[in-house]
Design a protein around this ligand. Structure first.
Ligand code: PEP
Ligand code: MN
Length: 368
């Protein structure tokens, strides 16, 4: 059972103390507190675990600190929707809203290589009105001899350039807890000119210790990429690891499934599951057409497969697009063959805008 307390309740106040005491005395029930930090208000949720069936919801709701009671199913306790449409979803980070209603494109380099390429990329984003990007500094590679990313060494100039071009949020993958410390130190040293969302790659989705570390810190939200070879339920449980440790600012990213049936695409595109994720959870849903499709192949209609896949995800209600671009893909050190070109950015964004408008119109049709 989930108890949503009145917003901004004072944990030292009489109402809270009285409620807490009552709950602590319920036999056979474990009481856990979860703080939802917002930029405007902070919410406290209390989870009652154990045999809660015998509890009377109306009685719990009458406790002085409690605003609402929601009966929850076992799975995804914190991030799940639990058939409750009123429950707050999403968050604000560095002035940017992320929710199941918001929409952002995170176009950028799969891997940071040169300062010149980063600058060309960010310039193009600013010229096209974008405030978010993706920049990989730590790259988990299949082959140990492949380029592994510049790591901490590139962070000072990446963050400085991001600030210069008005980038508010960078999605950056981390593969070890030391990377979070390095990012934090570099951002602090640069005067926090931009923000970072910690990306957890598909290969690390069940790296539970990494998930716990990212869950325990509250400075940075997380972007969790679906596991390419595990069930959706297993991936959602991985997301819940982050929340159960305290960080519920989690965006879930579909990025295709490893399967021969996806051929000739790199992965089998799974964007039909955007609405499923919205129904099962309260997380904003991202799609990654680059790592799903993995090629620059063009269909006979003149549209890249990658743009087709993007449109499919956006028209189904995706809240975010994570996509690889590169000023000179032939020189990219990682994933050049799937990168879009800078002069394709305006067309790509116009195509996305059309799909997003169509999604909103579709929503209006079905509401009526
Ligand atoms: C990436 O986004 O750079 C990446 C490595 O993706 P994934 O973890 O989905 O393969
Ligand atoms: Mn990549």
């Amino acid at each position: 059972m989930l108890l949503i307390l009145h917003p901004d309740i004072d944990p030292q106040g009489r109402e809270y103390q009285e409620t807490w005491r009552y709950l602590q005395n319920l036999p056979g029930i474990e009481v856990r507190r979860h703080q939802v930090l917002g930029e405007i208000q902070s919410l406290t949720e209390i989870y009652l675990l154990g045999d809660t069936h015998a509890l009377e919801a109306s009685q719990i709701e009458s406790l002085p600190a409690v605003e609402r009671v929601v009966r929850i199913s076992e799975a995804y306790r914190i991030l799940g929707r639990h058939s409750d449409q009123q429950r707050q979803s999403g968050f604000r980070y560095n002035g940017v809203e992320f929710s199941q209603d918001s929409f952002h494109v995170f176009a950028g380099l799969c891997a940071v290589d040169t300062a010149e390429h980063v600058e060309l990329m960010l310039q193009a984003l600013q010229a096209n009105g974008q405030q978010c990007t993706r920049m990989g500094a730590y790259k988990p590679r299949t082959n140990p001899y492949s380029f592994q990313g510049h790591g901490a060494q590139c962070l000072p100039w990446v963050f400085e350039l991001a600030g210069k071009y008005g980038i508010r949020v960078i999605a950056m993958e981390v593969t070890h807890e030391s990377h979070i410390e390095e990012i934090d130190a570099a951002l602090e040293a640069a005067g926090r000119p931009t923000g970072v969302i910690l990306q957890i790659g598909t290969r690390n989705i069940q790296n539970f210790e990494l998930l716990k570390v990212i869950g325990r810190q509250n400075t940075y939200p997380a972007l969790l990429k679906r596991g390419f070879g595990i069930s959706l339920d297993e991936s959602l449980n991985a997301a819940e690891y982050l929340a159960s440790e305290g960080n519920s600012r989690v965006i879930f990213c579909l990025r295709g499934m490893k399967s021969e049936f996806g051929h000739p695409h790199r992965n089998l595109v799974d964007f039909a599951q955007v609405p499923v994720l919205k129904r099962l959870t309260r997380m904003p849903v991202c799609i990654d057409p680059s790592h799903s499709v993995g090629t620059r192949d063009v269909a006979p209609d003149g549209i890249l497969d990658l743009a087709h896949a993007t449109a499919q995800g956006v028209i189904a209600g995706a809240n975010m697009v994570l996509v690889d671009f590169h000023p000179r893909p032939e020189r990219a050190l990682v994933d050049g063959p799937q990168a879009l070109l800078l002069d394709e950015l305006p067309r790509y964004l116009a195509d996305i805008e059309l799909a997003r408008e169509t999604y909103l119109k579709r929503q209006a049709i079905w509401a009526g």
